[in-house]
Design a protein around this ligand. Structure first.
Ligand code: NOJ
Length: 535
């Protein structure tokens, strides 16, 4: 069953176009490659795809540096290819979300090139954040880029421009009406081509305050904003609300306006999901107010430990938070910006966690390759491409590991991904992880996802709230067991290395790993495994 509206409990498959499938042998995935694999995507049982950017771009930040948001970069094909991909997806009953990147353009965008030429004080510069240097020649403030190094770069005439990310990604000035107008044009452009909605990049970042003021602790703030930087939680929570460029009230005005555009497409049920890293967590609910966006990403599971108490805390908090505004949460275990879940918590653990999460209410985002249990690629430093690696002078390795192309078939790398040299190296050790191998193995991770998604549609979508059975605060039989009931299905996750016996009757629908022993009203859940039981 599908939820209504379609996105409410959808499973959305994230495709990183450069890494999905290469149709022309240049070593990079492309739109015709995606189109040729849509049957495969459909066979997973997902409802929609979200594509990371495929727009004209010098590709300094994996396409999140957009030089023309209303055209396709030649490395991915052309607009006709985009249209064909959308049409074929629709013919398979798959919706298509595209990425929109409103916080910044590429420095190769015509606006930025014009701004460089037009000089200080011009209307062209007013579309970005250009300011004079301080009297001692230093940048207008001390903010640190999220990719490392200063947030400011100086141009020939001495002015500086702001970039929260790479220096090739100048931030747009959303106080300037040209910017809003141009983005409205872009939204309509993709909707008119057939897209069903958007994933909004850095949705919390568009509006800046105090641009000419120094932050009292720029390094602390920069560390607090990084998931991979250990920090005393109290210090982190004290710093996060002081960020002057995220989650300002002004962003909501923008989304209210966008919502009227989405709604003007009526029965098409256009939706948008915000990439918004906000603190405190309750602020996330503002993005899904009735007259704003439809969903906001919940990133909590991207760095959560495989540990019952923590998972219970994060999951129940996300459910309760969204319930307080009549909404449902979203779930993601991996994406193109973070280590793949199989590498982060282990093979068996990631299968168990995925099966548990796929039963929760709300929308699940699955990053392409996750359904194969793909780990991060091992990248030699000389092959790295992520600006994070370069801007931090190698201190942070960056996100390339999660972006290694998918293995499709055969016994040796690049496993059918390309007939050329892949842009990032696939690992020889992945020969048992190919789609081809996994299709023929009923116990593969691929078949686990397929089964789970079918069963989810049959038994869980639209099927009510979570009723926690065993949890660290609901009288658990063991600190290693997490369980809930939803509709007619009970879901048990055994996080320990030992089997756990529970007293329960029910028919086994699916298990993430191992053999389930069930008789006389007792079921033994294998170690590090999740089961779904139907009652
Ligand atoms: C978030 C995107 O997911 C990431 O890949 C990108 O580098 C930044 N936003 C900047 O656009």
């Amino acid at each position: 069953m599908k939820s209504s509206p379609w996105w409410k409990e959808a499973t959305i498959y994230q495709i990183y176009p450069r890494s999905f499938f290469d149709s022309n042998g240049d070593g990079e995935g492309d739109l015709p490659g995606i189109t040729s694999k849509l049957e495969y995507v459909k066979s997973l049982g997902v409802d929609a795809i979200w594509l990371s950017p495929f727009y004209t771009s010098p590709n300094k930040d994996g396409g999140y540096d957009v030089a023309n948001p209303r055209d396709v970069d030649p490395r991915f094909g052309n607009l006709a290819d985009a249209k064909r991909m959308i049409d074929i997806a629709h013919s398979l009953d798959l919706r298509v979300l595209v990425d929109i990147v409103p916080n910044h353009f590429s420095d190769q965008h015509v606006w930025f090139q014009e701004a460089l030429k037009a000089g200080r004080g011009s209307k062209e510069r007013a579309r970005f954040h250009f300011y004079d240097a301080n009297s001692d020649g230093t940048p207008p403030n001390n903010w640190i880029s999220l990719f490392g190094g200063p947030s400011w770069t100086q141009v020939e005439d001495g002015q500086f421009y702001l970039h929260l990310f790479d220096s090739s990604q100048p931030d747009l000035n959303w106080d300037n009406p040209d910017v809003a107008e141009d983005f409205e044009k872009t939204l309509r452009f993709w909707l008119d081509l057939g897209a069903d909605g958007f994933r909004i990049d850095v949705a919390h970042g568009l509006v800046k305050e105090d641009v000419l003021k120094d932050h009292p602790d720029p390094q602390g703030l920069s560390d607090a904003l990084r998931l991979d930087m250990p920090m005393d939680p109290e210090r982190r929570y004290a710093l996060l609300p002081t960020v002057p460029y995220f989650d300002r009230q002004g962003v909501h005005e923008i989304y209210r306006k966008w919502r009227t555009i989405f709604d003007s497409y009526g029965s098409r049920e256009v939706m948008a999901v915000a990439e918004a890293w906000v603190h405190p967590p309750v602020n996330a609910t503002r993005y899904v107010r009735a007259d704003e966006l439809h969903q906001v990403f919940n990133f909590d599971l991207l760095d959560a430990a495989f540990e019952a108490e923590q998972l219970y805390g994060l999951m129940s908090a996300a459910i309760d938070l969204m319930k307080s505004v009549g909404s449902l949460p979203t779930w993601a275990l991996s994406n193109h910006d973070s280590p793949r879940v199989a590498s982060r918590i282990g093979d068996l653990q990631s299968r168990a966690l995925a099966l548990f999460v796929l039963a929760l209410p709300g929308s699940c985002y699955v990053f392409a390759g996750q359904e194969l249990g793909l780990p991060d690629g091992v990248i030699p430093d000389e092959a790295r491409q992520d600006p994070i690696y370069f801007r931090t002078k190698g201190v942070q390795k960056g996100r390339d590991g999660a972006r290694v192309p998918l293995p499709w078939k055969g016994e040796t790398a690049p496993f059918g991904f390309t007939s050329g040299k892949p842009w990032l190296p696939l690992q020889e050790g992945w020969k048992d992880l190919t789609v081809e191998k996994q299709e023929s193995d009923p116990k593969s991770t691929l078949n686990l996802y397929r089964n789970a998604l079918n069963l989810r549609a049959e038994h869980l979508v639209n099927n009510g709230e979570v009723e926690w059975i065993d949890s660290p605060i609901h009288g658990s039989k063991s600190a290693s067991l997490l369980a809930f009931k939803r509709g007619n299905v009970s879901i048990y996750m055994n996080l320990s290395d030992l089997p756990i016996e529970i007293e329960v009757n029910g028919k086994l629908l699916v298990v993430s790993g191992g053999i389930v022993d069930g008789r006389d009203g007792k079921v033994t859940i294998p170690p590090v495994s999740t089961i779904w039981l139907h009652h």
